[in-house]
Design a binder for this molecule. Sequence first.
Ligand code: C2E
Ligand code: MG
Ligand code: MG
Length: 764
Amino acid sequence: MRVGYILALCLFIIFNIFAGARAYRSKQKSNAQILAKLLFTVCIPLSANVILVLARNELVARFGYVVFFLGTDWMLLCLLRFVKEYCNYAYLGTRMRIAAIALMSADTVSIILNPFADHVFGVQATTLRDGSVYYAVASHWYHYVHLALNFGLVFLIFFYVIRKILQSSTVYLEKYLIPLMILALTSVWEAYSILRSSAFDTSMVGYGLCGVLFYYTVMHYHMYLLTDRMLSTVVANVTDGIFCFDNEGHCLFYNQSAKEMFELSPQDMRAAERTVEELMSVNERYTRDYVKETRHIQRNGEERIYEIEYHTVYDSRMIYTGFFINVEDHTDEQRRIEEETYRATHDELTGIYNRQELYRLTEQTIRRNPETRYVIVVSDIREFKMVNDVFGRETGDEILIRIAKAVQEFVRETDVFGRIGNDKFGLIMKKQDFNEEIFLEGTRLISYVGDEHSYPLVVHIGVYEVTNSRLSASAMYDRAFMALSSVKNELQVRLAYYDEKLRDDILWEQKIIGTLDDALEHGDIVPYLQAQVNRDGQIEGSEALVRWNHATEGFLTPGRFMPILERNGMVVKIDTYIWEYACKTLRRWKEEGRKEMYISVNISPKDFYFIDVYEVITGLVKKYEVDPSLLRLEITESTMMRDMERKMETINQLRKEGFLLEMDDFGSGYSSLNMLKDMPVDILKVDMLFLSKTDNIQRTRAILELIINLAKSLDMPVITEGVEEKHQVDALTEMGCDMFQGYYFAKPISLREFEERFMDRGTA
Ligand code: C2E
Ligand code: MG
Ligand code: MG
C-alpha cells in the first residue's frame, strides 16, 4: 500500500513538473504561465507527502508536515490566482490579492514557528498493519485556523467559478463547468480521504490529479470545443446565407440568414435542398471544388441578384465529406450601384445622357466602328435665356424636356444623344443616316405655346463630319459648335457645317478680337488717306481709311478685320479712334498753316447702337477746335435701315452743327432712289466698283447718268469712287460728276506720304 501510494505520488509529481514545464514554454495561451506555477506548487505538498510516507523518525515527519502545510497554502493561493485569470476577473484587484498573500504569509510564519510554540501540530507514531511506523499528525488549536484559512480559499475559488458560470453565455458553459467539476472532484476526494480516517493522508492524490486535469482542460480540451462552438455561432449569425451538405448531398444545416433569405421554415432540409438546386445546377456543383458566380433569380415576382460561392469540403485524408454554399444577396447593392451609375451618366432634367456620358459613348462608338463615317450634330436655342427670364424657369425646363423627348424618339439605336448643357444638345450618328432636311424641319417645329400665342424658337444646328477620329469627343463637339456659332446670329440660315475654312475663320476672328485693344494702345491702328479731287484735278480733301499694322499678321486692310468688328460692335473702338485721329490731324494742319483740306471719316451702323454719335463727334471737334465742315461724315444706306427716325434726328443735328454728311456706297446696297429724297445728306458718293464687274458699258453709263442726274436735281454734289482710268474720269465729268476718288488719282496712303505728296507739293 505504502509503495503503491508513493509510486502514485511520484507519478503525479513527474507529470505535474513535466506539464508545468510545457505550459511554461507555451505561447498559445495567456494564462499558461500561471497554470505552470500552479502545477509546480502542486508538486510541493505532493513531495511533502512522499517525505511523510517515507519518514523514519519524528524530525523528518515534522519537517514533512511543515512543508505539507506550507505547500497547501501556496498551492491554494496559486489556484486562486489561476481561477482569477482563467475566469478573467480583471476587477479582482490587488487589494484582494494582497489580503490573500498577507493571510497566507502569516499562516506560513505561524507554521514555521511550530517547533518553538508547538501550537499547530504534533506527531504521533502509529504502527501500521504491516508493522511499519507512520507519523500521523496530531492537531493543535492553530491547525484548525490553518484549515479554516485553506477552506476559505477553496470556498472563494468555488465562488468565483460558479459566479462565472452564471454570468457567461452558454458558449462558455463548458469552459467553466469542467474546472468546477475538477475542483468538486478534488474536494470530494479530499472529504472522502478525511472521512475514511486512513492511517495516512491520501488527499494529496486528488490534488495531483487536479493538476493533471487542469493542464489537459486549459491546454487542449476546451480549445477545440470552444472553437467549434464559436465557429458554429459565427456561421449561424453571419449575414450571408450558408447551407452545409453531407457527402450524399443532404442538407445538414442552414443558418439564420439563409432561412430569412429564402423564407425557409426551421429544420426544413428538403426545402433547403430545393433552394440550393434552384441556385446552382448539380453539374456545377460536382465538377469543381470551388465555384463563384452571380445569379439573377426570380423570387416572389421580382428579380434578385445572388452571389454564390460553392466550396467542397475534404477531411484530413482528402476524402470528400460534403460541401457548403455561401449566398450573398446583392440585389439592393446592385440596385444602388445601378441608380448611382444612372445618376452619374444621365441628365437630371431630361433623362437623356449627360455631357460626360455623351462624350464617352461618342468616343466609344467611333473607336468600335473605325470603318463607319459619323457626323456630330449639336443644337442651340437662340435667346433661350430670354425664354427663361420672360416665361419662367419651369417653362424653359418644359421646352428642354419636350425637345429631348422628341429627338429621343427620332434617334436610332446606333446614335447617341445627350444634353451638353443648358439649351445645348448633342448627337452622334452615322453619316448615311444624317438628313439635313429632317433636322431643319425638326427645328421649325420647336416653339413655345404661351398663354395666347405660340412663340417660335429659333434653333441653330452645327454639324461636324468626323474626319479626324483621333480627336477627343469634346474637340469634336467643339467643332460642331464652331459651325453653329458661324450662323448663330442669323435667322434664316439655321444649319452650318464645320470645315477647315470655318475653323480658320473662327481662329482668325478670335485673333482679331483678342488683339484689338493692344493694337489701339500701341498705335498699330492707323488711318490711310485717299485723296478726293475735283473736276480740275485739284485735291479738296481725303477719306480716312483704316489700316492695321498687325504685330504678327502684318499689314491688314479693313476687309480682313472690319466685318468681324462690325458684327460684335467693337468697330466703335476703331471709329472713335480714327475720328479723333482725323481731328488731331486737322488741328495740326491748321496750326501748321497748311492748305485747308477736309477729311472724310466713316461711321458704321453699329456706332449708333453703342455710343451717342452726336455727342462724341461734336465733343471731338470742340476738343481740337476744328471746323465741323472739315470733318466730313460718311454713312451708308444700311445705317438707315433700322431705327431710321432716331438716326435722322442725329444726322440733322450734326448737319445743324455744320458737318457735311455723305451717303457712302450709294447704289451698292438696297438702294432706293425714293429714299434718297428723304435722306438728310449733303453729298452723294457713288461706288462705281459695283458696276465695274459688268461688261455692259452702256448699262453702267446709263445707271450712273441716272444717279448723277437725280443727285443734281436734289442739289447734291456727287463723288464717284473707284475711278481707275482716265476714260472713266472723262465720261463721268461729261455726266456732271463733281468729285473723284480712285486709284487713277491716288491710292490710300499713309498720312506722312499724303502730306508729302499733296500738301507740301500741292498737286495730285
Ligand atoms: P469705303 O468707305 O467705300 O472706302 C472706299 C474703299 O474703296 C477703300 O477700301 C478704298 O481703298 C477703295 N478704293 C478707292 N478707290 C479705288 C479704286 O480705284 N479701285 C479699287 N479697287 N478700290 C478703290 P478700303 O480701304 O479697303 O476700305 C474698305 C471699306 O472699309 C470702306 O469702304 C469702309 O466701308 C470700310 N472702312 C475703312 N475704314 C473705315 C473706318 O475707319 N471706319 C469704318 N466704319 N469703316 C471703314
Ligand atoms: Mg467710305
Ligand atoms: Mg465707299
